[in-house]
Design a binder for this molecule. Structure first.
Ligand code: MGD
Ligand code: MGD
Ligand code: SF4
Ligand code: MO
Length: 725
C-alpha cells in the first residue's frame, strides 16, 4: 500500500509543505500540502527533484577514496573513509598549524537541520582563519549592515509582504527565487494579493525580470549603482522634510550625520551614473514616504557588487527614515520559536568583524570567516599559514566562487581534500575522500534558519519521509565522526576517542531542537510539533524593537562610522561617469527550474530549451554583428567562454546576463544528465578582485566583458582540463 508522508521541501528558502506518496521505498508523487499554514498547497516545479535526487543513480551512496589524486576513486567502507579523512586532516593541522586546513561550507547548510545544529559549531571549533562559505558570495553585505546598525549579523528585517501597500524590490527576483531572506512560499499569489488590495509593486533591476513583469513600475538601473539611487531617495526625504522615525526616534542615533553625508547625492547628481532620471527617483522617494505603508527589499543584485554593504545599509535607512522599520506593512523582525541567533551567540558562531585580516590580501574577517574570493590566493601563496588541505561541506565553490577556473587550478595543488557531498562534481572531483550523506527525504527537518526570516511566525517539524538505508550516515553524523579526529588531542587513546564519539552521537539534531523549542518564546516541544505535522502558525509579525537589539544600550545606529565613510567616499565619485568603452556589464540570473549549481542532474528539470544563454540587447548585438541564437565569445579580465546569445529588450542596453551554476564540462564528473546539458560557468568570467569594499563579498554584478561573434573556426572554449588524468 502506498503511504502519504507530510514533509517540507528543503530545496529553497520558501520551505513549502509537501505530501510525498511512496511505496516500498519508491517515491511515486510529490504534491503541495494544502494544510501547510504558510504554503497552502503551493509548490514549484523543483519539488519533484526531491524524488529525482533520492533515486538518482549518480548520487553517491558509499564513500569514495583514493590515497593519491592521480588514481581513480574506489568505494570504501565508512570506517576506512572516515579514518583516512580524519587522520589526514588532523595531521595537516598538527604539522602546519590550524590555518593550513581550509573549510568551505555551502548554501544547503541553511536547509539542513543537522548541519545547523552540529555543523556550524564544528567549523568554528577547528579554529582556522581559513573558514569560507557561500555567505561571502551572497548575503554578507546585508548581514554586515545589520550588525553595524542593530548589533547582530542575523537581525535582518523581512518585508511584511502580506500587509504592505507598496513593495520596492531592488536587485531581487522573488518570482523565480521564491524569496530570499524572506521565507514566503507562493510569491506570485502574494504579489497578486498586494495588487488586488490596491498596493503597488515597483522593481529596480537591469533586467525586466519575471517579477518586474508583474510590477506596476519597472525601471532599469545600471548594475552596481544602487547605492547612488538609494542615497538620492534618502536625499529627497531629508531635503523635503519627510523623515519620520516615529516610535524609533528616541532610540536612534546618527540621523543628522547621515543627513549631512547625503547632501551631495541629489537626484540630478546621480542620474548619469544610475540611468534613472531625477524625476523618477524623486517621485519614487515621495511615493515611498507617502503611502499608508511601504517597504524596500533588496537581495542578491544589491549585495554582490562593489557597494554591496553600503547599498544594504542605505536600504535599511530608507525603511527607517520613512518610518517603515518595525512597523506593520514595513520591514519587520520575526519572533522564532527556536532562537537560533541566541544559540549561535552562545556558541560563538557568527560574530565579529575585522578582528583580523586575511594573510595574502589583507581582507577583513567577517563573522569568523574569510571571503571566498581569496581562497585561491591562500592556497597558492607559500608561507606560514598557507592552506594545504580543504574540507568542503555541501558546497561547490568551483562553480559558485568568482574566478572559478583559478580556484579549480588551485585545488589541484592541495595535499588533501575531503568533501561531504552526494555528487562527484566540479569541486569534489578534487577530493581524496568523498563522504556522501543520506538524501533529503531520509532526514528529519525543521527550518531553524529560515524561520528567522519568515513573513509570518511559524514552526514545523517533518520526520524523515523514508527510513535511511542501513549503513548510511547523516551529515551531522559524518561531521561528528570527523570531530573525533580533528577536535581531540593528537595522542588521544583509541578507546577514549571511541567513547567520546559514541557519547557525541547520542546528541541528535532532534534533541537540540526540542531543547531550543522549550526554551523559546512559545514554549513548544518537539512532541507538540509532531502532533501538528502540517506546521503551526504563530501569527503575523509584531513590532520587536528595541528589546532584540544587540547594540549597547539597545540603540539603533543610523550612522555606523565605516558606512558613513564609505558614503563620503562615494560622494567623491558622484559625477565620474566611466568613459564609453566597448565593454558591456555582465550580471547573473536564476531560473525557476534550477537551483544554484546542483539540480542539473534531474532530467525533468533540465529538459526543454537551452537555458544557459547570454541575454543581449538588440542594439548592443547589432553594433557587434551578433545575431539571435548565434554563438558569441565573452571575455573578461579573468577568462573567456563561448555561449549562445538570445537577443531581447528585457535586458538594459549596455548589460548582458548569464545564469550561474552551469558549466558541467570538466573531466571526471559523475553527473550524466548535467554533463549532457553542460552550459558554461558564469564564474569563469567573474573577477576575484572585484569585491564589496566593506565585507569582501564577491562582486558578481557589473563585471566588464567584451562580447564578440565567435567565428566558426574558433576552438571550443573549455574550462581547464581534467586535473589528474
Ligand atoms: N556569478 C554568480 N555566482 C554565484 C551566485 C550568483 O548569483 N552569481 N550566487 C551565489 C549564491 S547566492 C550562493 S548561495 C552560492 C551557492 O554556492 P555553493 O553553496 O557553493 O554551491 P551550490 O551550487 O549550492 O552547491 C551545493 C553543493 O552541496 C551539495 N548538497 C546538496 N544538498 C546537500 C546536503 O544536504 N548535504 C551535503 N553534504 N551536500 C549537499 C550539492 O551536491 C552541491 O555540491 O553561489 C553563489 N555564486
Ligand atoms: N529557482 C531558484 N531559486 C533560488 C535559487 C536558484 O538558483 N534557483 N537560489 C537561491 C539562492 S542561494 C538565493 S541567494 C536566492 C537569490 O534570490 P534573488 O536575489 O531574488 O535572485 P536573483 O535571481 O539572483 O536576483 C537578483 C536580481 O538582481 C539583478 N541585478 C544584478 N545586478 C544588479 C545590480 O547591480 N543592481 C540591481 N538593482 N539589480 C541587479 C539581476 O538582474 C536579478 O534579477 O535565490 C534562491 N532561490
Ligand atoms: S518554492 Fe519550490 S523549491 Fe522552493 S521550497 Fe517550494 S517547492 Fe521547494
Ligand atoms: Mo544564496
Amino acid at each position: 500500500m502506498a503511504q502519504h508522508a507530510l514533509s517540507t521541501c528543503t530545496l529553497c528558502e520558501a520551505a513549502c509543505g509537501i505530501v510525498v506518496t511512496h511505496h516500498e521505498g519508491q517515491v511515486e508523487r510529490i504534491v503541495g500540502d494544502e494544510k501547510d499554514p504558510q504554503s497552502l498547497g503551493y509548490i514549484c516545479p523543483k519539488a519533484i527533484a526531491l524524488a529525482d535526487l533520492h533515486h538518482d543513480p549518480d548520487r553517491l551512496r558509499r564513500p569514495l577514496v583514493r590515497a593519491n589524486r592521480d588514481e581513480p576513486f574506489r568505494e570504501a567502507t565508512w570506517a576506512e573513509a572516515l579514518r583516512l579523512a580524519g587522520e589526514q586532516l588532523a595531521n595537516v593541522q598538527h604539522t602546519h598549524g590550524r590555518d593550513a586546513l581550509a573549510v568551505y561550507y555551502g548554501n544547503p547548510v541553511a536547509h539542513n537541520l543537522g548541519l545547523l545544529t552540529h555543523g556550524l559549531a564544528f567549523t568554528r571549533a577547528l579554529r582556522t582563519r581559513n573558514l569560507y562559505s557561500a555567505s561571502s558570495a551572497d548575503q554578507f553585505p546585508q548581514m554586515l549592515a545589520s550588525e553595524r546598525m542593530y548589533g547582530h549579523f542575523g537581525l535582518i528585517p523581512v518585508p511584511d509582504i502580506d500587509r504592505t501597500q507598496y513593495l520596492l524590490v531592488i536587485g531581487a527576483n522573488p518570482i523565480v527565487s521564491n524569496g530570499s531572506i524572506m521565507t514566503a512560499p507562493d510569491m506570485r499569489r502574494r504579489i497578486q494579493d498586494l495588487r488586488a488590495r490596491g498596493g503597488r509593486l515597483v522593481v529596480l533591476d537591469p533586467r525586466r525580470t519575471e517579477t518586474a513583469e508583474l510590477a506596476d513600475e519597472h525601471h532599469f538601473v545600471r548594475p552596481g549603482t544602487d547605492a547612488f539611487v538609494l542615497a538620492s531617495m534618502l536625499h529627497v526625504l531629508v531635503q523635503e522634510g519627510r523623515v519620520r522615525l516615529g516610535p524609533l526616534g528616541p532610540i536612534t542615533d546618527g540621523v543628522h550625520a547621515v543627513g549631512r553625508a547625503l547632501l551631495p547625492f541629489s537626484p540630478d547628481a546621480t542620474a548619469s551614473q544610475t540611468g534613472l532620471s531625477a524625476e523618477v527617483v524623486t517621485r519614487l522617494a515621495r511615493d515611498f514616504a507617502s503611502q499608508s505603508s511601504s517597504v524596500a527589499y533588496g537581495r542578491l543584485g544589491l549585495c554582490t557588487q562593489e557597494h554591496g554593504t553600503l547599498a544594504s545599509w542605505l536600504l535599511q535607512l530608507l525603511n527607517l527614515f520613512a518610518g517603515r522599520l518595525d512597523a506593520v506593512g514595513g520591514a519587520m523582525f520575526t519572533k522564532p520559536a527556536f532562537d537560533l541567533l541566541g544559540l549561535l551567540e552562545r556558541v560563538g558562531v557568527g560574530q565579529g568583524f575585522d578582528r583580523w585580516r586575511t594573510r595574502v590580501r589583507g581582507l577583513r574577517e567577517i563573522a569568523g570567516e574569510s571571503p571566498v574570493a581569496t581562497l585561491a590566493d591562500e592556497i597558492e601563496t607559500p608561507g606560514r599559514g598557507q592552506v594545504r588541505a580543504l574540507l568542503t561541506i555541501a558546497g561547490n565553490p568551483v562553480l559558485s566562487a568568482p574566478n572559478g577556473q583559478r580556484l579549480d587550478r588551485a585545488l589541484r595543488g592541495l595535499d588533501f581534500v575531503v568533501c561531504v557531498d552526494s555528487y562527484l562534481n566540479e569541486t569534489t572531483r578534487h577530493a581524496n575522500v568523498i563522504l556522501p550523506p543520506v538524501s533529503q527525504l531520509e532526514r528529519g527537518h525543521y527550518d531553524l534558519a529560515l524561520q528567522v526570516f519568515a513573513v509570518r511566525n511559524g514552526a514545523k517539524y517533518s520526520p524523515p519521509v523514508l527510513q535511511k538505508s542501513p549503513g548510511s550516515l547523516h551529515d551531522w553524523e559524518i561531521l561528528t565522526h570527523l570531530s573525533a579526529w580533528l577536535l581531540l588531542p593528537k595522542h588521544t587513546p583509541e578507546s577514549l576517542r571511541t567513547a567520546t564519539l559514541s557519547a557525541a552521537l547520542k546528541v541528535t539534531p532532534e534533541h537540540i531542537l526540542d531543547a531550543g523549542l522549550r526554551a523559546g518564546p512559545y514554549k513548544l516541544t518537539l512532541d507538540s510539533l509532531r502532533k501538528n505535522p502540517h506546521g503551526i502558525d504563530l501569527g503575523a509579525l509584531t513590532p520587536r524593537l528595541p528589546s532584540i537589539l544587540g547594540t549597547p544600550r539597545k540603540r539603533i545606529r543610523a550612522a555606523p562610522p565605516r558606512c558613513l565613510s564609505e558614503l563620503s567616499r562615494l560622494a567623491v565619485t558622484v559625477h565620474d561617469l566611466e568613459p564609453a568603452s566597448d565593454a558591456l556589464l555582465l550580471v547573473g540570473r536564476r531560473h525557476l527550474r534550477s537551483n544554484n549549481s546542483w539540480l542539473h542532474n534531474s532530467h525533468r528539470l533540465v529538459k526543454g530549451p537551452e537555458r544557459c544563454v547570454l541575454l543581449v540587447h538588440p542594439e548592443d548585438a547589432l553594433r557587434r554583428g551578433i545575431t539571435d541564437k548565434s554563438l558569441a565569445t565573452v571575455k573578461s579580465r579573468v577568462g573567456e567562454v563561448r555561449v549562445r546569445c538570445a537577443l531581447t529588450d528585457e535586458i538594459m542596453k549596455g548589460v548582458v546576463s548569464l545564469p550561474h551554476g552551469w558549466g558541467h564540462t570538466h573531466a571526471g564528473l559523475r553527473m550524466g544528465v548535467a554533463q549532457a546539458h553542460a552550459g558554461v560557468s558564469l564564474n569563469d568570467l567573474t573577477d576575484d578582485l572585484q569585491l564589496d569594499r566593506l565585507s569582501g563579498t564577491a562582486g558578481f554584478s557589473a563585471v566588464a566583458v567584451v562580447v564578440s561573434p565567435a567565428s566558426q573556426q574558433d576552438p571550443p572554449v573549455l574550462p581547464s582540463e581534467a586535473p589528474h588524468e
